[in-house]
Design a protein around this ligand. Structure first.
Ligand SMILES: Nc1nc2c(c(=O)[nH]1)N[C@H]1C(S)=C(S)[C@@H](COP(=O)(O)OP(=O)(O)OC[C@H]3O[C@@H](n4cnc5c(=O)[nH]c(N)nc54)[C@H](O)[C@@H]3O)O[C@H]1N2
Ligand SMILES: Nc1nc2c(c(=O)[nH]1)N[C@H]1C(S)=C(S)[C@@H](COP(=O)(O)OP(=O)(O)OC[C@H]3O[C@@H](n4cnc5c(=O)[nH]c(N)nc54)[C@H](O)[C@@H]3O)O[C@H]1N2
Ligand code: SF4
Ligand SMILES: [Mo]
Length: 696
């Protein structure tokens, strides 16, 4: 049991991007606190999902790491002291740097890190290691939507409006999001929308519990959203539903986009997507008739090798009908991880500096270098994207520091990634538990958790939030900030002064580094957040109220106009054929989070979702002689996975679905295709070709 710092502490959930408000109250449990939803926080108004409700369980000493581990001469991870462990990490990184150059050291971060940690990690890579090789798991998450948003609007903030606007719009098209399982408290906004007379359209190859609540469910083949959006836009044009004055005054590029659209005849689109033409027409009617309407995307359309173009096509539909930058309307992406938004703004991305600045922009380099007290010319250039970085391990990258990700389970073509990790000269992992990736490490650094440290996160609405320390961490763990401080001191004595261990001190520097950038946090402070101010970035000065709604006065492009994307349909990187005749798509279940490193350690969540499975339609199952519960072998060009069959009429008969939360034989990512989107470098998690058979 830990000592509590204060009585009841208001804070936020450690898991997803909704960042539900919760209160932690000290108690006599192993975890040391109990969790309750906070009714005063507007996003969740007291509601929590099962993961949030049980989040304290991972604080228990029984399931977490409480001492550093160092691999012995005999090859086993053994308990060690912090000095020994940090010395070993510094020695491993130094050896690589001396022998192979700075770029042979790499860093892999995570969207679960607070803003302060993400900022410090990017700074550590660039000025302590001097490496360009840093990227993070957010590349696997919403990077296609981020890229499309940048291209269309000149700025990427997941939702450009608060969730409270959703119930007041007229129609929502929810593309490839299963909110009932992935952000349960957010479903309330869609329920209220329907109670107010608005309509919900869900686009998903599966009739999910979210799709069941829709007025209209479109079930396209995986990987065909681009054609679907173009087909809808074709009908918008054909039926004279384009908002001509909006297109004229607020956009550019319509003529070229329109030309692409005209080639996508509804009958052709029906053939590609499998969505019947009457449903396509109905969707267009529901979306265009109300005064206000929104398109929201999540991982379904984004995690494709053409994710950027696909999101661009959905944005085109919104633009042609005059939605973005008008009240109660527009396009938004439902960002996923706890700090998925802030984690992509402050410099752990391969091409980026804090404040959502570009690493290639000389003015941005000069500004940030000044804050860091270094020569701008000493800052490395952009590095590789996440999968490309993992693929290069053991080649020209010899050492890796992982902070807050578990790629052995979550990366595409995971068996290959695992083999690459094993081929490194040196691997260090900072984590709260012994994840499957940590199991491969030479040194494991056990770090403090959300309830034991302060820090800020930025939720899916761009709302910056303060997580507060509620517990004293167990002896034997240190914070990620402390880790970076200790490593800086060892690698370049003196530089550790630039890596304070107090999160508020880091935030004060982040404010200055972000000042003047697209994601401007200069006006945000711990004091303002503690007072409960709702501060959405940009917030450029302490008197500024924040910006809950973007683009109402113009887009963030140079001329203030949005850009249509000139896109046409193309097939998935791998389509079914005679050898691999079935589509595989992947995703989530409500009771497990991501690689499962945390939630697989919580008894009640494991009871609800004990292991992997393969969801398939009874018709496909009958054809293959598979019965409910049979072990099935799913084989792709990357490998083979085994899991029990779950028969359901809710999935297309040409598609199987696997959740990706488990390691071992049932690991979905053994199968997935690392084909990358040319712009966002997002892998194609949502579609590949497989063979399915009853396991012998
Ligand atoms: N319980 C739980 N909640 C989570 C997480 C978790 O791991 N577990 N993770 C968090 C994170 S980081 C994220 S990114 C979000 C993700 O949240 P979501 O995007 O809602 O999650 P997914 O289940 O990956 O994908 C959503 C849906 O896309 C559908 N889909 C598959 N292929 C296609 C396609 O080609 N087109 C379309 N339109 N749809 C397709 C799937 O059937 C699935 O129902 O959830 C967050 N919340
Ligand atoms: N097939 C398939 N694969 C997918 C996806 C999919 O839909 N299908 N979705 C992708 C998406 S959207 C995402 S976001 C990724 C996520 O995949 P991962 O990056 O593997 O995500 P997590 O499982 O959340 O891993 C986070 C790790 O960091 C640890 N951790 C948590 N908080 C902290 C902290 O503050 N500090 C440190 N040092 N460690 C911490 C956790 O214990 C855990 O081990 O998976 C991707 N992979
Ligand atoms: S919906 Fe997300 S933020 Fe809310 S309790 Fe569940 S995991 Fe936590
Ligand atoms: Mo994600």
């Amino acid at each position: 049991m830990h000592l509590s710092a204060s009585a009841a502490t208001p804070t936020h959930c450690p898991y997803c991007a909704l960042q539900c408000g919760m209160t932690l109250t000290p108690d006599a449990s192993d975890a040391g606190v109990s969790v309750a939803g906070r009714a005063d926080f507007p996003v969740n108004r007291g509601a929590l999902c099962g993961k949030g409700q049980s989040a304290a369980a991972v604080l228990s000493p029984g399931v977490r790491l409480t001492t550093p581990l160092v691999r012995s001469a005999a090859g086993v991870l053994e308990p060690a002291g912090w000095e020994e462990a940090l010395d070993a990490v510094a020695a491993g990184l130094s050896r690589t740097r001396t022998g192979h150059g700075a770029d042979a050291c790499a860093v892999f971060g995570g969207g679960g890190l607070t803003n302060e940690k993400a900022y410090a990690l990017g700074k550590f890579a660039r000025i302590v290691l001097g490496t360009s090789q840093i990227d993070y798991n957010g590349r696997f998450c919403m990077s296609s939507a981020a890229a499309a948003g940048q291209l269309a609007f000149g700025l990427d903030r997941g939702l450009p409006f608060p969730l409270e606007d959703v119930p007041r719009t007229g129609c929502v098209i929810l593309v490839g999001s299963n909110l009932v399982e992935t952000m349960p408290p957010a479903m309330r906004y869609l329920t209220e929308l329907r109670e107010n007379g608005g309509t919900l359209i869900v686009v998903d190859p599966r009739r999910t519990r979210t799709a069941e609540q829709a007025d209209l469910h479109l079930a396209p083949r995986p990987g065909t959203d681009l054609a679907l959006a173009l087909g809808m836009l074709h009908l918008v044009v054909a039926e004279g539903r384009v908002d001509e004055s909006y297109v004229r005054e607020r956009t550019r590029g319509w003529e070229q986009a329109r030309a692409g659209v005209m080639a996508h005849w509804p009958e052709y689109v029906e053939r590609i997507t499998g969505v019947p033409l009457p449903q396509l027409r109905e969707a267009v009617r529901l979306f265009t008739e109300p005064e206000h309407a929104m398109v929201l995307t999540a991982r379904g359309p984004e995690q494709q090798a053409k994710g950027t173009d696909t999101v661009g096509a959905w944005i085109n539909l919104a633009l042609a009908t005059g939605r973005p930058g008008t009240p109660l309307s527009g396009y938004g992406c439902l960002t996923g991880q706890g700090n998925g938004q802030g984690g992509r703004e402050h410099g752990q991305k391969a091409d980026q500096l804090p404040g959502y600045r570009k690493l290639t922009d000389p003015a941005a380099r000069a500004h940030v270098a000044e804050v860091w007290g270094v020569d701008p010319n000493s800052l490395p250039g952009p590095g590789r994207s996440a999968y490309e970085l993992l693929d290069a391990l053991g080649g020209d990258i010899r050492s890796l520091l992982v902070m807050a990700s578990n790629p052995v389970v979550s990366a595409p073509r995971a068996a290959h990634v695992e083999e690459r990790l094993r081929s490194l000269d040196f691997l260090a992992v900072a984590d709260v538990v012994l994840s499957e990736t940590a199991e491969l490490a030479d040194v494991v650094l056990p770090v403090t958790q959300w309830a034991e440290e302060s820090g800020t996160t930025t939720n899916l609405e761009g709302r910056v939030l303060l997580r507060r320390r509620a517990l004293t961490p167990p002896a034997g763990v240190r914070s990620d900030l402390d880790v970076l401080h200790g490593l800086a001191a060892r690698l370049t004595p003196g530089l550790e002064k630039g890596f304070p261990v107090d999160p508020e001190e880091v935030f004060e520097e982040l404010r200055r580094a972000s000042s003047g950038g697209p994601a401007d946090y200069a006006g945000i402070s711990y004091d303002r957040l503690a007072r409960g101010d709702a501060l959405h970035w940009p917030c450029p000065d302490p008197a500024h109220e924040g910006t809950p709604r973007l683009f109402l006065d113009g887009f963030a492009t140079q001329d203030g106009r949005a850009r249509f994307a000139p896109v046409t349909h193309r097939p998935a990187a791998e389509e079914p054929d005679a050898e691999y005749p079935v589509y595989l798509t992947t995703g989530r279940v409500v009771a497990q989070y991501q690689s499962g490193a945390q939630t697989r350690r919580v008894a009640e969540l494991n009871k609800a979702a004990p292991g992997p499975f393969v969801e398939l339609h009874p018709r496909l199952a009958a054809r293959l002689g598979i019965a409910e519960g049979d072990t099935v072998a799913v084989t792709s060009r990357r490998g083979r996975a085994l899991a029990p069959a779950r028969l359901t009429g809710s999935i297309r008969a040409d598609t199987v679905f696997m959740p990706f939360h488990w390691p071992g034989a049932g690991r979905a990512n053994t199968l997935t295709n690392p084909a990358l989107d040319p712009t966002s470098r997002m892998p194609e998690f949502k579609v590949c070709a497989v063979r399915v058979a009853k396991a012998g």
